[in-house]
Ligand binder design. Sequence first.
Ligand SMILES: *Cc1c(COP(=O)(O)O)cnc(C)c1O
Length: 456
Amino acid sequence: MEKKRYTRREFLKKNSIAGLGAAAALALPSGKVFSYLSKRHNTPALLGGEPVISPDWPSWPIWKPQQDEERLLDVIRSGVWSRDEVVTEFEQKWAELMGTKRCLTVVNGTNALNTSLAQLDIGWGDEVLVTPYTFIASVSCIVFNGAIPVFVDIDPDTFQMDPDQIEDKITANTKAILPVHIAGLPSDMVRIMDIARKHDLLVVEDACQAWMAEINGQKVSTFGDAGCFSFQNSKNLPMGEGGAIVSDNEEFMDRCRSYHNYGNPYGSVGEGARPGTYMVGTKLRLTEYQAAIGLAQLKRLEEQTRTRSENARYLRDQLEDIPGITPARLYPSVTRAAYHLFPFRYHKEEFQGLPRSRFLKALRAEGVPCSSGYNELNKMPFLENAFNSSKFRKIYSEDRLDYEEYAAENQCPSNEKICNEEAVWFTQNILLGSRNDMDLIAGAIDKIHKNAESLK
Ligand SMILES: *Cc1c(COP(=O)(O)O)cnc(C)c1O
């Protein structure tokens, strides 16, 4: 159970009335009341002081029965629950919003990625360049299709795949680049696309955290050959589970559409062929009620994105003034970030050597939910297990499955430092709070900074 957090008003009330009452009961001379209060206030909550924060953080997902339920009830009462016109409407709206010709919904972001790679013919024998700083699905989709992930280290200032290190990793086997707009902060797509064109590589964008993010006014997900989204419950556009693929390539989208429906003919797939299932497919269809939830959420996405973006910019400015805190930097071409997460680097040297785990604990005690983020993906056991699997052994030469050599070539020192020592995250719902909440977060971190020695 999480500790009860006071609302700001309760907090003020508690401190001005109960606090004064307690002080009065102790019969402190009036001048000392304030020093008593400010002492409690300045003591880290982890050491018995008063927590800085009070807000009831906006909960997630948001559901407003009055506004949100009508369409959903229509769907449920209609009995048409399998893919039909509500799913199509959501797809049309999403394509329009992203500025792409086509959108196909699928069951989740993981399968949007799996499908995109499969239908771009990325698989056995290929290498795909990917960031190690991401959610498992960005990498498992590569292995799932039989290809080998090759890790490009991150730029620790931006948390994104470092464009300067991409070309060093390209070999004759490289087929694609899979940039992930992690945290909803856009990767440097201008440079990544230049490199991809120069080396004739495909690009699949993992935009599963980057709904509405933009580079030079263009939505991320629309730079590469395919863009993938997730609508899982924690995501900025939640529908429980759900995902989507967007692209301007009609033939590719026809194949994705066919694949997601058993491989049955669709558009250019199986045109004029004899009757029956045309290609090998699977089943990944979204339901009508998921789409109805998605349409309700879609109505507030623009405004929420603006709020997150404004609060993130403000919080970034506040945190930059605290020594040892470095918020993630945006590339100059970024015109909008989605801020699914608010990541920053914590430098313990500036906090008297206070370890990150202790900093996180102290910050949570002040009332700010936070985490240390991802573990090192390039070292997880699934990779070695894939290399040792009978399937991989049937296809790849022993040379290419030398795991020790692979591990050595795929070291990512910047990522290692971010994962194991520096990264701290807030989740997107925190950024839906008020401007004052942002001040309180900065205040809480400042308080820990000032008391770092005693917190050790
Ligand atoms: C959430 C996420 C996915 C997978 O999406 P699901 O809908 O959970 O399958 C893929 N990549 C990234 C970066 C994600 O955050």
